[in-house]
Design a protein around this ligand. Sequence first.
Ligand SMILES: CC(C)[C@H](C(=O)O)[C@@H](O)C(=O)O
Ligand code: SF4
Length: 469
Amino acid sequence: MQTPARTLLAKIWDQHVIARISDDTDLLHVDRHLLHDLGGSRGLLDLRNRNLPVHNPELTFATPDHAISTARGRAGTSKVGQELLAGLRTETSATGIRMFDVDEPGQGIVHVIGPELGLSLPGCLIVCGDSHTCTHGGLGALAFGIGSSELTHVLATQALIQRRPKTMRVRFEGRLPVGVTAKDLILALIGHIGAAAGTGYAVEYAGSAIRDLPIEGRLTICNLSIELGAKMGLIAPDEKTFEYLRGRPYAPEGEMWEQAVAAWRQLPSDPDALFDREVVIDVEKIIPQVTWGISPEHVIGVDGRVPDPSEVTDHARRAAIETALDYMGLIPGAPIAGTPVDWVFIGSCTNSRLSDLRAAAEIARGRKVAAGVRAWVVPGSETVKRDAVAEGLDKVFTDAGFEWREPGCSMCLAANGEVVAPGQRSVSTSNRNFVGRQGPRARTHLASPASAAAAAIAGAIADVRTMGS
Ligand SMILES: CC(C)[C@H](C(=O)O)[C@@H](O)C(=O)O
Ligand code: SF4
């Protein structure tokens, strides 16, 4: 009998089932557990208090990112941040967990270091107490965020009970227009199908535009899966994935590498595999995107106009637009381009990798940040920082008037006073434009690194396509 066609998700899932719990729920083995400073030490302390050992410390890795300051010398880390960092150090060393500490090669935003260290591999099941764990799906891993009690459970058992999600395939077809990046693709998708469309689904991104994307762009796409409502986003591994991973510190070597690649080649969804929902996006129609509101689905092309609630008949939608425009301080129907900005933030697990910094530097090179604008570049990891410095990107940015910071989450979630002041407007390469996300009453417009750099130079939301390089 022929085996039924299976999706990438089903293949990885089936390989991790330890026990069937019910028709749609399984106990799964976890291959990698990543810890960060906000939840990691708490989970480890919880175990200690219950006299439980960490089941597989060699499969668990930690790094501080959320609660540390990104100022030089980490000056400005709050008391709580310092306590969390100290706790992570004590508990990981007591349990034999490898921690990539501040100023050590390997430290960085947890979703940046997993891929770059080769900890995140195709076919792996990866969890972390963080909703953007979906990022690692860009390498063909099944990766998702877990809550704090699940985190403790994984530390104690290296396993997790999960309900099998429905499957959605999004095919991005065509060639990327000039100025359009992975970030624009995923924002356009969220705008098109809505920020709740992925709820209950694992989303597989496919199509010619995904195949053409370098790995870092694929990580950006998968990073925003949770902003689509999906806990998991995946992209089938291919030759680019293998090239990206070859020789990375934790990637398999020699004979093990050959065996791993042979196994990874079996992972892509079978051609006749069925998905619960299919979406096709023509990328040639997409232009650089920017958000105007307080959800990632509040997004338009940079040549567009802010919506006018008086033109919307649906009552609930009209009220939502009014609320968003009021918070954002925007005029209904006004063009979004030209809106003056106070802050530009280039960073976060969405867009702080080397290719992101290169794209921003292309726009910044030889130009100056507009008067009155503060612009930060926060590399995603020590490795990104080292590579960027080796290429002189830090110099390009500082010459243009950007501040060059140490790796961490920073202004993505406004820790340690790294905040946008009340009422001020920021263009940010991060993934959330929620109310208060970058500080109380801060106004956030999400965009790509190139678009963010263009805004810093113009002093206003700008169409990167008119800036050349
Ligand atoms: C702090 C952490 C739990 C949170 C998340 O789960 O995503 C954070 O990383 C975020 O981006 O809001
Ligand atoms: S960079 Fe932002 S989105 Fe990513 S893990 Fe840190 S706080 Fe969360």
